[in-house]
Write a protein that binds this ligand. Structure first.
Ligand SMILES: Cc1cc2nc3c(=O)[nH]c(=O)nc-3n(C[C@H](O)[C@H](O)[C@H](O)COP(=O)(O)O)c2cc1C
Length: 368
């Protein structure tokens, strides 16, 4: 009988995942309290989804300066660690595994978050995007170019956040080096025009990521560190590709082979890049042969295409985003070939349980 590849176990370093269905990291803006502490509804939300092989939490800011969206949880204060402990314990009690996504938004922020000070970024270049502030969507500003000291502090902030995550009981961390946020801003020539060791050459633009991995390795096992890349992101979150974009990701991914990481989480392009000469439209196909470790692939997969990509050997596991918002029991639905519920975009980022913890599990008799 056909066993769906997505439902096979997989080994992530020393962790055994019960299936290859991963919940993608998703900001849900429910930490609506002054210190951005995860609350009881976070516990409920993640526990409802504990049948995933792995949950990757929403992006969680590594410091006060790292924030850029309202009501996103942090992982830098004692109260936040205490809040997360309840989440990890509840997920573990349900037999699940959970990593936290460590996030610094860089220039995709606004001075409203920083008492009037400008957001930090590799260079003083406005992404011409929107920031989701406490006063609604606002145009982004020209950020402050980070000093060397601020870069070193940011590396320490990631390290400290990883240490906190480990203490909070997470099974691992995912470094958010994707989607146009701080680390991606360092990688790109259009957002990084520095002339010191963090800018200029491809090697220099990629340096901060490896500094962060090396720092985190000091506080938790290397095989519990994952990271996320979106090599063909173009025209979204202020990112513009150029002819050095893909060579930069080639360099990064080749170099990641020197590490024994938990996984590399890749996104297929978020937009149609088939007409863009310097973009790579087939991310898994390009990077599967290049990367020796475990690959989680994401973006716009359904049950069929997810099973296919694993069967073809192009990825080891598949991360589902929006389907996980509206289908807490996505794994059971796949196992039963059941219909999926539609998500409601209007409740992605609003406070409270509506559109968060009130999506029902399928009825048992729905099994085919
Ligand atoms: C509401 C929402 C919030 C998201 N927040 C994050 C985030 O915090 N970190 C991140 O890396 N990606 C984030 N993403 C992107 C998703 O992880 C995923 O890449 C995207 O939804 C595409 O996958 P899908 O087609 O399965 O939804 C978010 C997506 C959505 C819909």
């Amino acid at each position: 009988m056909y066993k769906q590849p997505l439902l096979e176990q997989i080994q992530l370093g020393d962790l055994t995942l019960k299936n290859r269905v991963v919940m993608a990291p998703m900001t849900r803006s429910r930490a609506d309290n002054p210190e951005n502490v995860p609350t009881e509804i976070h516990v409920k939300y993640y526990t409802q989804r504990a049948s995933a092989g792995l949950i990757i939490s929403e992006g969680s800011q590594v410091s006060k300066k790292a924030v850029g969206y309202i009501n996103t949880p942090g992982i830098y204060s004692v109260a936040q660690v205490e809040g997360w402990k309840k989440v990890t314990k509840a997920v573990h009690d349900e037999g699940g595994k959970i990593f936290i996504q460590l996030w610094h938004v860089g220039r995709i922020s606004h001075s409203d978050f920083h008492n009037g000070d400008l957001p930090h970024a590799p260079s003083a270049i406005n992404p011409q995007a929107k920031a989701y502030t406490p006063k609604g969507f606002k145009d982004t500003e020209t950020p402050k170019e980070m000093s060397m000291e601020e870069i070193h502090q940011t590396i320490l902030d990631f390290k400290n956040a990883a240490k906190n995550a480990w203490e909070a009981g997470f099974d691992g961390v995912e470094i958010h080096s994707s989607n146009g946020y701080l680390l991606h801003q360092f990688f790109s020539r259009t957002s990084n025009v520095r002339i010191d060791e963090y800018g200029g050459s491809i090697e220099n633009r990629a340096r901060i990521l490896f500094d962060i991995i090396d720092a985190i390795k000091e506080v938790m096992p290397e095989n519990r560190i994952g990271l996320r890349l979106n090599p063909s992101l173009h025209g979204v979150f202020g990112m513009t590709m150029d002819e050095e974009s893909i060579p930069t990701f080639d360099y990064i991914i080749e170099k990641l082979n020197n590490y024994n990481l938990s996984y590399l989480h890749l996104s297929e392009p978020f937009t149609d890049v088939s007409e863009l000469a310097f973009a790579e439209p087939n991310i898994a196909q390009r990077y599967r042969p290049m990367y020796k470790g475990t690959i989680i692939i994401n973006s716009a997969f359904d049950q069929k295409s997810g099973n296919e990509v694993v069967l073809e050997g192009l990825a080891d596991a598949v991360a589902y985003g929006k389907p996980y918002i509206s289908n807490p029991d996505l794994v059971e639905r796949f196992a039963n070939n059941a219909e999926l519920a539609e998500w409601d975009q209007d409740t992605f980022y609003v406070p409270g349980e509506k559109g968060y913890t009130d999506y029902p599990s399928m009825k048992k008799e729905k099994a085919v």
